[in-house]
Design a protein around this ligand. Structure first.
Ligand code: CMC
Length: 445
């Protein structure tokens, strides 16, 4: 055992900035380096902890664990701040568009005019999928959940694009990233078309990213489809707001899968599977189901009571966040977008929105929610907007996955390019039986 400071080869650490750990069982002390990011909490470097102390750390849910170094997204949950490459999400959503944000996340800077043009050209030209892929859809039941289809088809892309699977080739990594971002709207819209028995609609090169997606979703061969610009803008904004969110469950799934050297299409399929859960991306679908279940404003207190009851598994969907303990800045942008979309569609009275607003008001005044810092999150309003735009509830999480593909692939790329990258392999606190001997079946009674 050593009492000397551990030597970390990690970023920005000052020799004098350390923490000392005392093992009360042995009386030994250990000095651990402290790392500094450009902003945010200081980070104790425990990489050599086990080698030097023989101890693991215990952190189920990773509430205090940084799993990687990243330059992509920063969140200050106490202040309600979300920055992509330093830019506040509100500014990106207000003034930027999704293609700019995708370029930013992937490359680190906002594109110049020419770079943006070229990027959009690439995105447009990769949007078709291999025709053979359409037969995969036919293997699914018509009532299959579109997330099941999205997960399967995305994983299957690795069987179609063998020329972009070499993760050690930067050019192939970039091609795979572009393919995933540009094909995801096509794959998602095809999942929807398949579920309602309509013919697949091919992408159009004259439409922008969000417009093209709406076209592939809602056009039918029998009549022209004109994309409503207010709805296209709202769609684009929803994509921006969902583009990345630091090391959440699905992004961590992508990074963990990627750390094994798995190909990018397989890694994104892992992210989609993780996003599907109701505590994560599945919450937007669950919000609408909850609002429908509540049905009318008079029943809200009953549901608030249930959400507070420890013996009832019911939770207010669209409320609370692991990181945001003040407000979710994405929810505030979406609240405004929600009113814009309903106004454009001439929906003056949307019962579910009325219930949502009243639910928000009551919950924000309730001691239980205030004490636990439970605020509406991004999913609280997105469902109402998407429903008004004509999306079935089952497509909500698919849209989240579509947008988040940009963040996942940017994080995956960053991880592969990180020289400190190793296979992700957490340890555990074992509480099972200690070593014992096998008892033959005849002697087990
Ligand atoms: N309704 C009622 N009580 C809640 C809720 C809720 N939505 N969320 C948290 N709580 C309570 C929880 O019961 C606990 O109370 P206590 O301290 O008395 O035991 C306390 O608040 C802390 O909850 P937690 O489960 O320890 O918090 P967490 O950080 O592990 O969970 C969460 C975060 C998002 C999973 C959770 O708030 C939740 O289940 N929310 C509803 C699902 C949801 O809207 N998810 C979308 C998240 S945003 C989109 C995304 O990033 O995917």
């Amino acid at each position: 055992m050593t009492d000397t400071p551990t030597q970390a080869d990690a970023p920005a650490t000052a020799p004098e900035d350390t923490v000392t750990l005392t093992d009360n069982a042995t009386g030994r002390t250990y000095t651990l380096p402290v790392l500094h990011g450009t902003t945010g909490p200081r980070v104790i470097d425990i990489r050599k902890l086990y080698a030097e102390t023989g101890m693991f750390t215990y952190d189920p849910g990773f509430t205090s664990t940084g799993s990687c170094e990243s330059k992509i997204t920063y969140i200050d949950g106490d202040k309600g701040i979300l920055l992509h490459r330093g830019f506040p999400i509100e500014e990106l959503a207000e003034h930027g568009d999704f293609m700019e944000v995708a370029y930013l996340l992937l490359n680190g800077e906002l594109p110049s005019r020419n770079e943006k043009y070229d990027f959009e050209q690439i995105m447009t030209r990769h949007s078709m999928v291999h025709e053979q892929l359409t037969f995969f859809y036919r293997g699914f039941r018509r009532d299959a959940h579109p997330m099941a289809i999205l997960c399967g088809i995305t994983g299957a892309l690795s069987a179609f694009y063998g020329d972009s699977l070499d993760i050690n080739d930067p050019q192939q990594r970039m091609i795979a990233s572009h393919r995933l971002i540009s094909k995801m709207p096509t794959i998602a819209a095809m999942a929807y078309k398949y579920s309602c028995g309509q013919p697949f609609v091919y992408p159009r090169n004259d439409l922008r990213y969000a417009e093209n997606f709406l076209h592939m979703m809602f056009a039918v061969p029998t009549e022209p489809y004109r994309v409503n610009q207010v709805l296209a803008r709202a769609m684009d904004r929803i994509f921006i707001l969902h583009a990345d969110h630091e090391q959440n469950a699905s992004t961590s799934s992508v990074r963990l899968s990627g750390s094994t050297g798995a190909n990018p299409f397989a890694c994104i399929a892992a992210g989609i599977a993780s996003l599907w859960g109701p505590a994560h991306g599945g919450a937007n679908e669950a919000v609408l189901q909850m609002l429908e279940q509540i049905g009318r404003k008079e029943r809200i207190p009953e549901f608030i009571k249930r959400a507070k009851d420890k013996n009832d598994p019911f939770r207010l969907m669209g409320f609370g966040h692991r990181v945001y303990k003040n407000h979710d800045p994405r929810a505030q942008v979406l609240r405004r977008t929600c009113h814009e979309v309903l106004g454009e569609l001439g929906i003056r009275h949307e019962p579910l929105l009325d219930i949502a607003i009243e639910l928000e008001r009551i919950a924000l005044e309730d001691e239980f929610f205030v004490d636990r810092k439970l605020y509406p999150n991004v999913d609280f309003y997105s469902g109402i907007i998407l429903r008004a735009m004509g999306f079935p509830t089952s497509m909500f999480t698919v849209l989240f996955a579509l947008a988040r593909t940009v963040g996942w692939i940017s994080q995956w790329k960053e991880m592969i390019e990180d020289r400190d990258q190793r296979i992700g392999r957490p340890r555990q606190l074992y509480t099972g039986p200690t070593s014992r001997h096998y008892v033959p079946l005849s002697m087990r009674g």
